[in-house]
Design a protein around this ligand. Structure first.
Ligand code: SF4
Ligand code: SF4
Length: 562
């Protein structure tokens, strides 16, 4: 019997059980397994809708239906500037004792109580008397979304006979089914799923997966390719002394924990190890149940710090090493002192890996990061050999982002060809040593514009940018930025992370970035446009590509912009 026929014969409940068993059978704790299962989910979907749990009739009058309790939401869904008109129409209907309708869509179903209350108040009802308006809509557990919606609609339907709730978005049941199915199959990935659904529903139900935080702007070296410490850059007075204080840091981490953020990366416009409270910061992140990660140039990572880092089970360390030899290192890392800093960094990383090995711990994972440009492109193979000698867990090459201060580091055609020629040899070295090769450079090569040095020109303009649901950056001063180029959404000096994250302003910018090509003119609080030249060499490209991949794996991509 074909598997499709078998699934069709099972009752809804049995099907869930069956799918769950199949999920276990595939050991669904990896993205690869998710992908396999997704083929299966697609098969089931193509046979028959399996949930059938929402029993809400379609709206009667698609022209005159309330789609949001705020103009912005209503008009987003209707696609027309008609909020005011709809309200006037409703007032007339109420006078003539007619009914008014609320339409459910993927963008508003979780605001059903607020929308109902809005209509109830239009009818001069005293909303305060009703408990049903005060309860929150329970987005979690995702596996119960349809049930939560049905129950809420049922309760609300009892409040006033003149207010009706109907289905406006015909895809809503299918989206909810897909969400629930994934939630049941991958309960351990519920937070990831909530973020992906946030993109579809255009709401942040959960905090960013990653928060990148700059504790301090100072660095002990001056790399030629650095966007902050390149000697050609001159900063405003005080910029380099900006340091996040521990009290503010803890407040941010408290909110991050509440928002269910997965990991916090300390990196910087500087070297995080220079912050006097660096270890206390890592400890606090750990205490709050968030995974700590950090970037470093490795030169200050002494044995004592390494021991504590291993104890604290820091999840990942990204060590930047822009050379494969001491000679090139000294010319790239200008002002590096003492002159044996290359060797010192390599020794520090070796010690870290030895300590990890002897502790029997799985973490930290050490990822060697090599920014590549015209001064070091010829050392890919030596870089790979160095990583092997360290015993790193993973390595990545990253082509430099070109801007006004580093044009002289642009790779010319010959240098690019040399890199492409050497890359397979470096990859082979990694493969033999069992080091993961993070292949983002291949995306950069594929999309590289030799003239401008851009590698993502138009990619996210066409696709849209989903970064607003997954990531945020907090520089030492405490602005909150949506992406790794300062696009300010709020100021933590006088607000809390959780409030900014859930603000209407942030919500609006997330949605505008999702439709980036239509919103290139939109500015953020600091005056920086939502779309600018940085989008052409997006440092978040891996993040964005992964999100797209996951939307596809979870069977949600078809609802992304439809
Ligand atoms: S180590 Fe990092 S922060 Fe320091 S100068 Fe180099 S690139 Fe900049
Ligand atoms: S640089 Fe542009 S495309 Fe990249 S994350 Fe930022 S806004 Fe999105």
């Amino acid at each position: 019997m074909k598997i499709k026929t078998l699934v069709n014969l099972l009752s809804v409940r049995c099907r869930w059980e069956f799918l769950r068993k199949v999920a276990r059978w595939f050991r669904t704790d990896s993205v690869g397994a998710a992908s396999k299962m997704n083929d299966f989910i697609q098969t089931v979907h193509s046979v028959k809708s399996i949930a059938g749990m929402i029993d809400i009739p379609a709206v009667l009058d698609v022209q005159h239906v309330l789609l949001g309790d705020q103009a912005i939401l209503h008009e987003r869904i209707s696609g027309k500037k008609n909020f005011g008109l709809t309200i006037s129409y409703f007032r007339e209907r109420v006078k003539n004792k007619g009914i008014i309708e609320i339409g459910l869509s993927r963008y508003n179903f979780f605001r059903i109580r607020q929308m109902y209350r809005f209509c109830f108040e239009l009818l001069n009802g005293d909303a305060e008397r009703f408990k049903v308006f005060k309860e929150p809509f329970k987005f979690f557990p995702i596996a119960n979304l349809s049930k939560e919606l049905s129950t809420t609609v049922e309760e609300l339907n009892k409040v006033h006979p003149a207010i009706k709730i109907g289905l406006y978005d015909k895809f809503l049941p299918e989206i909810l089914e897909t969400a629930e199915m994934n939630a049941r199959l991958y309960p351990f990935r519920e937070n990831d799923l909530a973020r992906l659904l946030g993109i579809i529903f255009e709401e942040a139900f959960i905090g960013p997966q990653v928060i990148v935080l700059d504790p301090f702007h100072r660095c002990n070296i001056k790399c030629a390719h650095c966007f902050v410490h390149n000697p050609l850059i001159h900063h405003q007075a005080g910029f380099l002394d900006r340091k996040m204080n521990l009290r503010k840091f803890k407040e941010i981490i408290d909110d991050a924990a509440e928002l269910k953020t997965d990991c916090v990366i300390l990196q910087g416009d500087g070297e995080p190890l220079l912050h006097p409270d660096f270890l206390k910061m890592i400890e606090y992140v750990r205490i709050k149940g968030i995974k700590p990660l950090f970037f470093t140039n490795g030169s200050l990572l002494t044995r004592m710090i390494a021991e504590r880092i291993v104890e604290l089970e820091v999840r990942e360390i990204y060590c930047s090493l822009p050379a494969g030899t001491a000679r090139t290192y000294s010319s790239v890392c200008l002002g590096s002192s003492p002159s044996d800093l290359f060797q010192k960094t390599v020794e520090n990383m070796k010690t870290l890996m030895e300590l990890k090995k002897s502790s029997g711990k799985q973490f930290p994972r050490l990822i060697m990061t090599h920014v590549i440009h015209s001064m070091n492109f010829h050392e890919l193979v030596q870089m790979a050999e160095t990583d092997v000698s360290i015993g790193a867990d993973a390595s990545r090459f990253y082509m430099i982002r070109i801007d006004d201060n580093n044009g002289h580091l642009r790779l010319d055609e010959e240098q690019l060809d040399a890199m492409k020629k050497n890359l397979p040899q470096a990859e082979e070295i990694f493969r033999k040593a069992g080091i993961d090769f993070i292949s983002n450079i291949k995306f950069q090569f594929e999309n590289y514009d030799k003239k401008t040095g851009a590698w993502s020109k138009d990619v996210f303009l066409k696709e849209g940018c989903t970064i607003g649901w997954c990531f945020c950056l907090i520089p030492a001063l405490g602005d909150l930025s949506m992406c790794c180029h300062l696009r300010t959404m709020g100021y933590l000096q006088n607000s809390r992370l959780k409030d900014i994250w859930q603000s209407d302003y942030y919500r609006q910018k997330r949605i505008e970035a999702k439709f980036l090509s239509e919103n290139t003119h939109v500015s953020c609080l600091n005056g920086v446009k939502l779309y600018d030249e940085h989008c052409d060499h997006c440092d978040n490209h891996q993040n964005l590509l992964n999100t797209t991949k996951e939307l596809k794996e979870f069977g949600l991509y078809k609802f992304f912009k439809s």
